[in-house]
Design a protein around this ligand. Structure first.
Ligand SMILES: Cc1cc2nc3c(=O)[nH]c(=O)nc-3n(C[C@H](O)[C@H](O)[C@H](O)COP(=O)(O)O)c2cc1C
Length: 165
């Protein structure tokens, strides 16, 4: 497993450009682009925090299987796949096929990771989830991000493994 200072640097450098958040419902997998998230240390455990809107297939999957993986491209090689997985839902098409992505088994086994070079892989197990109370958010952010769109569920997950492919 990579040290926190190694994966945290890559994550902080790259997350705003997009990463793959992969989930499964127990049988079928899906991946979507995320651009927000943070890695840290909570409850004396290495953690990652991500935010998923209610409308995502990813949210339905996370209701069923409490694990996910994050594959963070270390450069712009996956730009087209990041764009596709951030605009199409797995409800409408197999995004892996459409984006030319393959999966491989994660070390934990439950949810796969994106199979490819130049990816920081984080394997995660949900510890905490909570639907946002948007009324508790700074008004300018509430207006900007939640006018006409659903709130996010905030997930804090344990990082069970971190490695570079
Ligand atoms: C750069 C970028 C970042 C995104 N970040 C998030 C995010 O952090 N949380 C979220 O819920 N949706 C985010 N999205 C939108 C989802 O990726 C998009 O709605 C996707 O089609 C959902 O797929 P799904 O229905 O298969 O889960 C982002 C999209 C882009 C292009």
């Amino acid at each position: 497993m990579l040290e926190a200072k190694e994966y945290a640097k890559i994550f902080a450098d790259r997350i705003a450009k997009g990463a793959f958040l992969t989930t499964c419902d127990g049988q079928k997998s899906d991946t979507m682009t995320i651009g927000w998230g943070s890695v840290g240390y909570m409850w004396a455990i290495p953690t990652v925090t991500v935010m998923v809107r209610q409308t995502r297939l990813t949210k339905e999957n996370l209701n069923q299987v409490k694990s996910f993986t994050i594959s963070v491209p270390v450069d712009d090689s996956y730009k087209d796949a990041i764009a596709l997985c951030g605009t199409k839902s797995g409800r409408d098409l197999d995004k892996f096929a459409a984006a030319g992505l393959k999966c491989k088994a994660s070390k934990a086994g439950t949810t796969p990771v994106i199979d490819g070079k130049g990816l920081l892989q984080l394997e995660c197990t949900v510890l905490y989830e909570r639907l946002m109370d948007v009324d508790a958010l700074a008004p300018e952010l509430k207006d900007k991000w939640y006018t006409g769109d659903t709130e996010h569920t905030i997930y804090v997950a344990k990082i069970t493994d971190a490695y570079l492919d």
